[in-house]
Unconditional design. Structure first.
Lengths: 307, 281
């Protein structure tokens, strides 16, 4: 080999090395704090471990078999499903209606945009604690303490007064509604952005063809909005299924049988009953469920786009 | 006649639209107003007085929350974590994104796909092995441990967003700088960073919100009051038997007001930033 070639090769190596150094900090942090825990969760899910002992007991797939027969687990999935269903229907329909109302020449449009996005920037802890205070049940000197019950009392709807968060029937719906209150601003902004990209001429053309408001909505707006709607649906499902801080901040440990969701179950297995392996098995199973859900939504949406 | 009727209908329509939007806006704002109002009351009146503006206004709850409730420390911790984590994310992710977009080295695609995959795979319960790891490393209950975890949380999304942004940028300036003999690091600092300013604003806003509002990792990793951010400080009220509601409301106001003000001050950037951040995945 000639001297020049060796020199060229070593300078190429040097060049590659300095380029590689740019991603070293990111790769290091990512390997330690993401990849290692990612692998560890699968390993731990095959063990029985209290988080303290040096010895972990290998149990194979026992944790997963136990999970299949765990009624609390299935209950928690149903609760998360319920919250997601409310978010998909009530929250997103509201968001779409508001965006549709805003999609025109309108005074104070920016005011609405900003105000609707205030709940989403607040933390779940703050939102949960504010609403716990409003939904407070109980009386002092014959007056209702919580604002909602007080209000119902004053407008003579006494029969609706309720122990909102301590009644098993209303606790989960209340959580779902507060979750929607916090979340609808997201959908609103995304729908509005989508609506504003629709060419006005399409509406004009539909009008010339004799379409009414309903016809324009179903024949112009909705087909044009399909991609945006799909993104919102996937984000809503992933976000609502995994929401749990709101539940902790509203319920504490109360009524777990009626309001627990998969992530609070995982936390409970870890912090409460000190079963780290079981908590990891729940995490792995729930992750797989979420992947399956988002894949099926993706497939359905691709089919819709083709129509 | 006909035009008159049409105008009437149009007017009616706009009244209905405004009424609808206004009701939604009030529903958004009123709970916050109620929080602030309740923070100005005393324990004697808060359970019974329902007037919109309380008869006696006292700011003592803020003093109590700040000193006895520890919210002065929590607020400082939240600010510290947010600033350090976001600065870390911006530097580390822009270095990596610059390399992924502009430089050549073996294994480039492999590493990039790794970050991309992390964005796609949801990992609920990832805090369990993370907690185990932090305890093993002796980083549980330390500021640096929490900061590194939170940097990792925002890293993938920021790298991907910045890389797509870099890809769209012309390379002329960088070529010129290279010909002038600038080192890669200086090109990144003097040309790359200024060029991607809009994307970096997005990353700053999205991640600031994330860090400021983060709860579960702080709750699991930090036990000492002196290390806790606002969210975990607030949660101490949940579950204790006799909650001092006026002080809690003052604490909530302390936690909510900074983020609302930052959002309002940067609203044009914020809305865009948060939406782009959320849809990158």
């Amino acid at each position: 080999m000639s001297n020049a070639l060796v020199k060229q090769k070593s300078s190429l190596f040097h060049d590659n090395l300095t380029s590689f150094l740019f991603i070293v900090p990111a790769v290091m942090i990512f390997s330690v704090f993401y990849i290692y825990p990612f692998c560890d969760i699968f390993k731990l899910s095959l063990h029985e471990w209290n988080g303290i002992d040096l010895q972990k007991q290998f149990v194979g797939f026992d944790n997963f078999f136990e999970l299949i027969n765990d009624n609390d687990w299935w209950g928690s999935l149903w609760h998360a499903g319920f919250i997601t269903l409310v978010a998909l229907t009530f929250q997103n329909l509201l968001a779409f209606a508001l965006a549709f109302a805003c999609d025109r020449e309108l005074k104070m449009k920016n005011f609405y945009r900003v105000v609707f996005f205030i709940p989403p920037v607040l933390s779940e802890v703050v939102v949960g604690l504010i609403w716990t205070w409003i939904l407070y049940s109980g009386t002092q000197s014959a007056e209702h303490i919580g604002l909602l019950n007080y209000f119902l009392d004053k407008i003579h709807l006494q029969h609706l007064i309720n122990n909102w968060l301590s009644n098993p029937k209303t606790a989960l719906p209340c959580i779902a509604i507060v979750h929607s209150w916090k979340g609808f601003g997201w959908g609103f902004i995304m729908f509005l952005a989508g609506l504003q990209t629709i060419d006005r001429q399409l509406y004009e053309a539909a009008k010339v063809d004799g379409a009414g408001y309903w016809g324009m909505l179903t024949n112009v707006t909705l087909p044009m909005m399909t991609p945006v709607i799909c993104v919102v649906v996937i984000l809503t499902i992933l976000g609502s299924m995994q929401a749990f801080v709101l539940i902790i901040s509203m319920m504490g440990n109360g009524l777990a049988d009626y309001t627990s969701v998969p992530v609070t179950q995982i936390l409970d297995a870890m912090v409460g009953s000190k079963r780290f392996g079981y908590a990891c098995a729940q995490g792995v199973s729930f992750g797989l469920i979420l992947i399956m859900i988002s894949f099926s939504v993706k497939i359905v949406s691709d089919k819709l786009k083709k129509i | 006649m006909k035009t008159n009727k049409y105008r009437m209908l149009q007017l009616l329509g706009s009244v209905i639209i405004h009424a609808f939007l206004m009701v939604a806006a009030i529903t958004c704002l009123f709970p916050l107003f109620w929080m602030f109002r309740s923070s100005l009351m005393s324990l004697d009146t808060i359970f019974t007085d329902k007037s919109i503006i309380p008869a006696v206004i006292n700011f003592n709850n803020y003093v109590t929350a700040w000193i006895e409730g520890g919210f002065g420390i929590y607020l400082w911790n939240s600010i510290l974590y947010t600033v350090v984590v976001v600065t870390g994310i911006v530097i580390i992710s822009s270095l990596a994104a610059f390399a992924f977009s502009r430089l050549e080295f073996p294994g480039k695609n492999f590493f990039f796909i790794m970050f991309l995959a992390a964005m796609m795979i949801p990992l609920p319960g990832g805090f369990v092995p993370l907690y185990v790891l932090m305890t093993k490393l002796g980083l549980a209950n330390t500021r640096i441990g929490y900061i590194l975890c939170m940097i990792n949380v925002g890293l993938s999304m920021s790298i991907i967003l910045l890389k797509t942004f870099f890809d769209k940028m012309p390379t002329d300036l960088e070529d010129a700088a290279r010909i002038d003999g600038c080192s890669k690091l200086r090109i990144w600092w003097h040309v790359g960073l200024p060029l991607t300013k809009p994307a970096i604003v997005v990353i700053i806003i999205f991640n600031s919100l994330n860090v400021w509002n983060e709860y579960i990792l702080a709750q699991l990793l930090l036990n000492e009051n002196s290390l806790m951010p606002l969210q975990t400080g607030l949660m101490k009220f949940q579950g204790s038997h006799s909650v001092d509601y006026p002080v809690l409301m003052a604490g909530l106001t302390i936690a909510a007001v900074p983020i609302i003000f930052v959002f309002l001050a940067m609203q044009k950037h914020s809305l865009k930033g948060i939406i782009t951040g959320a849809t990158v995945g």
